[in-house]
Design a protein around this ligand. Structure first.
Ligand code: TYM
Length: 330
């Protein structure tokens, strides 16, 4: 199956990115044709520091490789290195109804958070994302729940294009797994985990075990459980949900029972979780250290990825221009 997905270079990765997307990418690359993209052009739709961007891109590449993305199995590249993304992004914006863009949840959220900088790029974000996906004849797009709406809009755009100009694009499907598709904030479990609510609200992949322990100690649990003697409701507790994502099955069912019968308190439960998260992330942290000292290797992987991506993207872009009667190609 042809797979495409992307991620923004917007700072450190958190366990939401890992569980909702990257962990699945690593599995999918074993027996699929995968293309993974560092979407720097999406990241500039909010205010950013141009001097810091190269390091952000580099560190995201390091992190993806340290998580297990393999350049032998997948194509890994930076979006702005393949100019067809912006070209097709523009083209698709001309067939996308404004109302569709205005109703996107992410646009509403981000324009609320960045009132001083509601730029047209923020609105057209999904048409660029559609271009990313459609350039590669993508069949499936592994993402977390928050990106589902954008992939659905991509399907609508692709259908419209095919109906207007003739069968051109493969219609992609969102690939969303039952577990980890929406990891919630540590400080407000009614909201998804994201960097915008500050470092206490998320666990970063680079967090040392001590930091993980500190953040989990402050994390919100079952609100109905005030004292250790109160019986807990694991199904209502974000910490228990995280256990389901990081702990072995036997331990999960023991914690479930012990919490309901007040045999274990929140402190004990969080200690076990800290250990399990730290253990799962230990190989990542070790590999990351190795890669950080070999910047040329990482840059070569991205350059080679861009070449391979460009090959695929340019033939699709030519086809699009040809069916639309654009340029000298037609
Ligand atoms: P981005 O960079 O915000 O997030 C990258 C991936 O992480 C997932 N994710 C989560 N999953 C579960 N729980 C959470 N709390 C959580 N937070 C983030 C996201 O769903 C995503 O899969 N627009 C995209 C990037 C993009 C893209 C694409 C994705 C650009 N072009 C084409 C797929 C295909 C974004 O901003 O992801």
């Amino acid at each position: 199956m042809k797979i495409f997905s992307g991620i923004q270079p917007s700072g450190t990765l958190h366990i939401g990115n890992y569980l909702g997307a990257i962990k699945n990418w690593v599995k999918l690359q074993q027996d699929n044709d995968c293309v993974f993209c560092i979407v720097d052009l999406h990241a500039i739709t909010v205010a950013y520091d141009a001097k810091k961007m190269p390091q952000r891109i580099f560190e995201l590449a390091v992190d993806l490789l340290a998580c297990g993305i393999s350049p032998q199995k997948s194509i890994l590249f930076v979006q702005s290195d393949v100019k067809e993304h912006t070209e097709l992004g523009w083209i698709l914006s001309t067939i996308t109804p404004l109302a569709e863009l205005e109703r996107m949840t992410q646009y509403k959220d981000k324009s609320g958070q960045h009132k001083e900088n509601i730029n047209a790029g923020l609105l057209c974000y999904p048409t660029l994302m559609a271009a990313d996906i459609l350039l590669y004849q993508t069949q499936a797009v592994p993402v977390g729940q928050d990106q589902k709406q954008h992939v659905e809009l991509t399907r609508t755009i692709a259908h419209k294009f095919n109906n207007t100009f003739g069968e051109t694009f493969v219609i992609p499907k969102p690939l969303i797994y039952n577990t980890g598709a929406k990891v919630m904030s540590l400080t407000d479990p009614t909201k998804k985990m994201s960097k915008s609510a500050g470092p206490d609200s998320y666990i970063a992949l680079i967090d040392e075990p001590k930091i993980i322990a500190k953040k989990l100690a402050k994390a919100v649990t079952d609100p109905a459980r005030k004292r250790i003697a109160d019986k807990g409701h694991p199904e209502k507790c974000n910490i228990f949900t995280l256990h389901q994502l990081f702990s072995p099955a036997k331990q999960i069912s023991k914690i479930d029972k012990d919490c309901q019968s007040a045999k274990i308190g929140c402190v004990g439960c969080k200690k076990i979780l800290t250990k399990n998260i730290a253990q799962e992330l230990a190989p990542f942290r070790a590999k990351r250290q190795e890669l950080l000292v070999s910047p040329q290797t990482v840059k070569d992987i991205l350059a080679n990825g861009a070449k391979q991506a460009q090959n695929q993207a340019s033939s699709m872009a030519s086809k699009v221009k040809q069916v639309m009667g654009l340029g000298l190609s037609s």
